[in-house]
Design a binder for this molecule. Structure first.
Ligand code: ARG
Length: 575
């Protein structure tokens, strides 16, 4: 681990143990970046209180134990430790990082099995912008866990079952399979749903047919199942178009929709009932997890089977959590789903605990996704109040990106490639760079800006490094010379880069991609400063400095590329 903050934490802890006894070996030395040195440790203050000694004296005692520290330690003010790392330490750490194909990021041991439930659009309606963020955040988490060596099992919990399918199948028969398939493949799922719904509400004969169809579907009637497949396959072809455009890693193998659990539901209910976790209440089978009450102070039920015998969203999620723990052998389950479903998941987790299906060794977490808002601060909609089609939104981002780079003189193919990378990168990065549970305003102008904390700025930073190598006729893979820190901007950049490994760990542990975003942005900014102050290829730069700076460029490039890739943001060759 090369992260200076972590290295320092360990060193100071060792010093604490030597100076004051081993019971202090695990104390948090409270190390923070500082404007007076690289870091400041504030532990002397709190420790002094407990030891009833003067803080400065305690600080001096710690400093004395840091005599072999590769840098400078000063005591200042009431007892702060100001710590400045030695250049040679930074240089050698940066060099090791450059030589390591994993950039100093050690795989997690023991590796965990992480089930990630994300995207999960509903097939009965069109995939809409609400599913965009769950898809993008979930995909980044999947990439991060895989990169750290965990086994990731993606689960796309599609809404592909339930009563609406009766009317959808009847409508499919009415308009003919061919027309229906064409519509669904083209992403007209919402229109399809609305047409079916209108008939259901206004046409008694249709309503009756739809009801009968639900029963034949539930019973697994082959002819009806075939029609369901026709509907689902066409819908999936559309979802896949969106995934491919976005560069999301989900494939058909990751589909584990609600329909998959259908055959398990009866047994789920039975087991919950015999174990006593669920009871019949007003005809419905319910779990009452402790601590959940409604507005009337009555215990709140999680309904596992409705009084008419039907199953719902909670039934499926109970079957799913058991399957994920028991069959998939998850150590950790992440549900990347809208924050409006917080209560549902709290209750599902609590109910699963009651049933003994979620042992303490497995952690189930709801990664709450905040709502996407329009510029007016309301739920994002089209002007006529319809929900916005995901495909339209993505296409608009690409078109705007194309317009933004239209004057750069690229040939048509390159222009298209860059517009795609910038457009999709912008949409994804905007989603990832704010904390996932906060609401977020979709603003094309802001996300496509070439300055500030945006994808285009970061993509441009890495493209600029590539262009340095192109102009210098150097392959970045061969830029492995010793890194020598001369200028402050070089030092600041190198120090920044050393934090990469621990930011990946923290991001992954906390399921918070915005931390990685902040790190990549800080890296790009440090590079910009470096690039302005430290000429690389300019005539007059001595060969050793040039080689060192190229090595620093190469390390920055790999950190930016790897970081952006873990966010799922494409990295164009040139821009
Ligand atoms: N299809 C659901 C929706 O659109 C999300 C499913 C999330 N996953 C789950 N296991 N419930 O709201």
């Amino acid at each position: 681990m090369t992260d200076p903050q972590i290295v320092l934490t360990e060193r100071v802890q060792q010093a604490l143990a030597r100076a004051f006894g081993s019971e202090h070996a695990a104390a948090d030395p409270l190390i923070r970046p500082s404007q007076f040195a690289d870091f400041q440790a504030n532990v002397a203050m709190s420790l002094a209180k407990r030891l009833r000694r003067a803080p400065r004296e305690v600080a001096e005692a710690i400093r004395a134990e840091l005599a072999d520290f590769p840098g400078e330690v000063e005591v200042s003010g009431p007892g702060f430790l100001n710590i400045t790392l030695g250049d040679s330490w930074i240089e050698s750490e940066a060099r090791q990082m450059l030589a390591d194909p994993r950039l100093g990021v050690a795989p997690i041991t023991p590796a965990q099995t992480v089930v990630i439930d994300y995207s999960a659009p509903n097939a009965a309606k069109e995939m809409h912008v609400g599913h965009l963020r769950t898809t993008i955040v979930g995909d980044s988490l999947a990439r991060l866990h895989e990169h750290l060596g965990n086994t990731v099992i993606r689960q796309n919990h599609l809404g592909d079952w339930g009563t609406p399918f009766g009317m959808l199948i009847e409508h499919l028969l009415d308009i003919g399979e061919e027309t229906a398939v064409a519509q669904l493949e083209a992403g007209m799922g919402t229109e399809f749903y609305q047409a079916a719904r209108a008939k259901f509400d206004g046409d008694e004969a249709f309503k009756l047919r739809a009801r009968v169809r639900v029963t034949t579907l539930q019973s697994g009637d082959p002819a009806t199942m075939r029609l369901w497949h026709v509907f689902m396959d066409a819908t999936l072809r559309y979802f896949n178009k969106v995934y491919r455009l976005l560069g999301v890693t989900l494939t058909d193998d990751d589909i584990a929709g609600e329909s998959m659990y259908n055959t398990m539901l009866e047994k789920t209910c039975e087991d919950l009932e015999t174990s006593g976790a669920a009871v019949i209440s007003e005809g419905a089978l319910c779990v009452f997890p402790p601590g959940f009450t409604g507005s009337d102070d009555k215990p709140l039920p999680l309904i596992i089977r409705k009084s008419d015998g039907g199953y719902g969203y909670a039934s499926t999620d109970m079957a799913a959590i058991r399957y994920r723990v028991h069959d998939l052998k998850a150590d950790r389950i992440l549900y990347v789903v809208g924050s409006e479903q917080a209560l549902h998941f709290k209750m599902v987790f609590a109910a699963a605990k009651m049933a003994g299906w979620l042992p303490d060794t497995v952690s189930a977490e709801h990664v709450q996704i905040g709502m996407m808002l329009g510029k007016d601060g309301r739920r994002f909609k089209t002007r006529s109040g319809e929900s916005v089609k995901l495909m339209d939104l993505l296409q608009e981002a690409i078109d705007r990106a194309a317009a933004a780079i239209s004057d750069r003189g690229y040939d048509e193919g390159t222009q298209k490639e860059i517009a795609h990378a910038v457009g999709m990168g912008a949409v994804k990065y905007a989603d990832l760079s704010v904390s996932h549970n906060s609401e977020y305003v979709l603003d094309f102008d802001r996300m496509l800006a070439f300055t500030g904390n945006t994808a285009p700025y970061l993509q441009y930073a890495q493209a600029r490094i590539r262009s340095i190598f192109r102009r210098g006729g150097v392959d970045p893979a061969t830029a492995t010379a010793p890194i020598v820190l001369g200028q402050p901007a070089e030092r600041a950049l190198a120090l920044q880069l050393l934090g990469f490994g621990s930011v990946l760990e923290q991001t992954t542990e906390a399921s918070e991609p915005h931390r990685l975003c902040a790190f990549i942005y800080a890296t790009a900014t440090a590079f910009t400063d470096f690039f302005e102050q430290c000429p690389v290829l300019k005539e007059g730069v001595d060969p050793e400095t040039r080689a060192s700076r190229l090595a620093l460029c190469a390390l920055t490039l790999r950190v930016l590329e790897t970081g952006l890739d873990l966010l799922g943001v494409p990295v164009p060759e040139r821009m």
